[in-house]
Design a protein around this ligand. Sequence first.
Ligand code: MG
Length: 362
Amino acid sequence: MKIERIETTLYRIPLATPVEAASHGVMSEFDLVAVRLTDSGGGDGCGYTVLNAGHGDAIVPIIRNVFSMILLDEDPRCIERMWTRMWRSHHYSGRGGLVSFAIAAADVALWDLRARNLGEPLWRLLGGHSPAVRAYAGNIDLNFPQEKLLEGVQRSLDAGYRSIKMRLGKPSLQEDVARVTAVRELVGPGTELMADANEAWRPDQAMRAFQALRAFDLIWIEEPIRPDDYAGYAHLRAHGGVRIAAGENLHSVAEFTALISARGVDFPEPDLTTCGGITPWMKIAHLAEAHGLPVTSHGAHEVHVHLLAAVPNAAYLEVHGFGLEKYIAQPLQMKDGLAIAPDRPGHGIDFDWKGLDRYRID
Ligand SMILES: [Mg+2]
């Protein structure tokens, strides 16, 4: 069996409401890069990655000009071999960064193709632990005034979430504390609350913030400082008094190895769209397990629900607010605060390609 056809497309999709997270600025649109594969047996698979608007232009040529040559005529069952060849093709200029986003789109398509050919859902093919995964609402709300912040939290409660994330990183710590106070008052003590600083702080500012936020029983504070300050993470984790989630800005297994080895994280948070796809995501999840840590996810919840359902150390699925579900036939199924991995073959995502077509730019 051989891979016969590879189609790569780029879409720039507007968000319903512009949203802000610290370090990202206000986002009003995002790029979706999709890769569709067909094999000689008539099988097909689809992968995708998600980037800041404008960044898709940089990775589409890598997939079309380099990865296509690596994947065409390959046996679609030999994913590790193809992944390694894609990684090595950019060893000099890559080993992470944008190249990992490019590999991710192809890698997800390879796993989807393999699972569909076997008639298995990804979660069972990749390990098959439990299809029900605890999920939280990953709200992006730093730019919202407090009233709108609380409206979003209420919407998440009304939708059945029992775990909700809010954003930190206002110009003053007092303002962050006031917003956390208001959210905690609204949700009460029985709802799990996470907070994401998106690298808003220097280490000294982060320590002050941790001390001020200890009283709110947060499940975690996410990305308090820049992602590659592993010693800084270890110091905060040892002395800050609040557990830490991090990983969406790490783009390789090696970077996760460094953070976990430094004892800098409580909830490793790989994102398959940023770390090179399902192949490295599973390695990071197992690396976490070997260190006695849970694993959580960032973004791309339609695929991550399978990966978390595959492993025994799943903590939470982030249900992300980019609204991709508008273009997916069967969006994520939720029940009692749990996300349920579908039993359809592959990842089970049917994109509405016609609906997406109006946003296609390449
Ligand atoms: Mg985050």
